[in-house]
Design a protein around this ligand. Sequence first.
Ligand SMILES: O=P(O)(O)O[C@@H]1C[C@H](O)[C@@H](CO)O1
Ligand SMILES: Nc1nc2[nH]cnc2c(=O)[nH]1
Length: 277
Amino acid sequence: MEFTPRALEERARVLKEQLPSLPVSLAVVAGSGIELVLPEARKLLELAYHQVFPFPVHGLIGHTPTLSFWEVQGRGVLMFHGRFHLYQGYSAAEVAAIPRLAGLLGVSTYILTNAAGALVPTLEPGSLVVLADHLNLQGANPLVGEWGRWREPVFPDMTHAYDPDLRKLALELARQAGFAVQEGVYAGVLGPSYETPAEVRMLAQLGGTVVGMSTVQEVIAARHMGLRVLGLSLVTNYAAGIATRPLSHEEVLEAGAKAQGKLVKLLSELTTKLVAA
Ligand SMILES: O=P(O)(O)O[C@@H]1C[C@H](O)[C@@H](CO)O1
Ligand SMILES: Nc1nc2[nH]cnc2c(=O)[nH]1
């Protein structure tokens, strides 16, 4: 069955009845190998994605597809553990379902994390990139067709897709959490094969700092919903041709696990600051 705006609106209405009745202002999305918890908050509810989204959900190693609901200072925070990717066969509308659902549930700020490869040799694995912009090279856009007509604006401006104030705050808190951190541009490709060395050189020449297979569809949909966006790329590996060994998803997951402590600290500080704002 086709996934329509009506189906998502109906699911949001049902979820609102199931979720604790706290004002929700923030959603956080965990990328590959990134396990997120909020040590100083209370987890009130956890739902498997098949209970959350009105389309068939199939998993991927490195993602536990659940939505958890946390209470932080009397406010609700949604944590999406795992995302949908085009390369898994999901449509652009399905990939964009997370920010759209978050928006329908009352979220105003959307924080996404992802695992990405470094396009420049100076960016070491384990470091963090606060996204300042992106290149959508996936050949898709979640606003094509009826989803684009679903709400205004039909032609959303993407000049400040990644919120400048959130970027500043994230840079400061990431340093405090112990990350080597810089701003950069995310090159979003389709995958699932990793790049060739020639493609990596091209992406760097196009202005990319990191490369990954997610994020851009979500960010376009989030901006269309009027959400403020913060994008954080954990550099899990050097991209092909810069890397001295073959790339693997296992290496990506390992790097996520290694950075877990710092990421949890950063996300915890960020959510505390943002719910209080
Ligand atoms: O969901 P993210 O962008 O974190 O996942 C990245 C891209 C691929 O799914 C995978 C490649 O190893 O990691
Ligand atoms: N496309 C792509 N996605 C990634 N996700 C984590 N590392 C990489 C990479 O090097 N390339």
